[in-house]
Design a protein around this ligand. Structure first.
Ligand code: SAM
Length: 277
């Protein structure tokens, strides 16, 4: 298999990827902002807009790292909560539902209306940084942090409404195995959403992107995090990842239906979506 552009054994790849994220964990958030000039925030927001969380939704964010997707999920639920409660009250009034106050109180008790996000990552250091961040930012409710491998998820079948993986799947040794696991843990009707670097579809941008990736990012890695090699791997792993269409075919191969993708920033990243029916 491959670790960036190097050919390595499968076992070696897992170990090397682990070391990369162990090394970058502390500077991961700062580096994300620096490398993407903050644009990764917009891409992640976009993923949440596509997901459109609903009350009670159970999310599994695999390769969840420092929690960016899960935090956005919680923020979305909190922001929509009042609107949902108003809608529900109105519906109940329209239907002359007898016990409005009780239902309302139950909803009041949980600010997340039963929704939950599980953040699963193979790297304990990334999880530790994420957990500290969640405490600092005041996310006390609705989150669980679980150490686990995307290729062998520590969860029962048919458990989650949505599975997300953001900038994670290209680091996994056997992509097909991770996709099969995603399929297994989703409930029937559940949705798979993957945000990942992809192939740029604009020739001008592609040239600039190459220069930026190979010449600027490792330098930033060295200057900000004192770690050239890890960032060189990240760039190389992006280049080795399948194209939008190839990845779509892989997702379909494990059984997902209605698979499609959206390019963001001219294909610098793509969001693939599929359903378990
Ligand atoms: N999803 C986060 C985000 O968007 O900011 C973190 C992405 S980070 C680039 C990639 C993450 O994938 C790392 O936290 C790494 O530990 C994790 N990872 C790599 N291989 C994995 C595997 N086999 N199973 C679960 N997580 C894995």
């Amino acid at each position: 298999t491959h670790f960036g552009f190097q050919t390595v054994s499968e076992e070696e790849k897992g170990e090397k990827v682990y070391r990369v994220f162990e090394n970058v964990a502390h500077n991961y958030d700062i580096m994300n902002d620096a490398m993407s000039l903050g644009v990764h925030r917009f891409w992640k927001d976009w993923l949440l807009q596509l997901m459109k969380p609903t009350p009670g939704m159970q999310l599994l964010d695999v390769a969840g790292g420092t929690g960016d997707i899960a935090f956005r999920f919680i923020n979305y639920i909190r922001a929509q909560r009042e609107k949902w409660i108003r809608q529900e009250l109105k519906l109940q009034q329209d239907l002359s539902w007898p016990d409005i106050s009780k239902t309302y109180q139950n909803k009041e008790q949980s600010s997340l209306m039963g929704s939950r996000a599980v953040i699963c990552d193979i790297n304990k250091e990334m999880l530790r940084v994420g957990l500290q961040k969640s405490l600092r930012l005041g996310y006390s409710e609705g989150l669980s942090w679980v150490a686990g491998d995307a290729e062998e998820l520590p969860f029962d079948d048919d458990k989650f409404d949505v599975y997300t993986i953001a900038f994670g799947i290209r680091n996994v040794t056997h992509i097909e195995q991770a996709l099969q696991e995603a399929y297994r843990v989703l409930k029937p009707g559940g949705r798979f959403l993957c945000l990942e670097f992809s192939q740029v579809n604009n020739p001008m941008l592609s040239k600039l992107y190459d220069i930026y990736s190979f010449q600027v990012i490792p330098v930033l890695g060295e200057v900000i995090a004192g770690d050239w090699k890890s960032y060189q791997y990240l760039v190389e792993s992006i280049r080795r990842f399948p194209s939008q269409e190839e990845f779509k075919a892989l997702i379909e191969d494990v059984g997902f239906c209605k698979v499609n993708y959206h390019n963001l920033t001219n294909g610098v990243v793509a969001v693939h979506s599929g359903f378990k029916l």
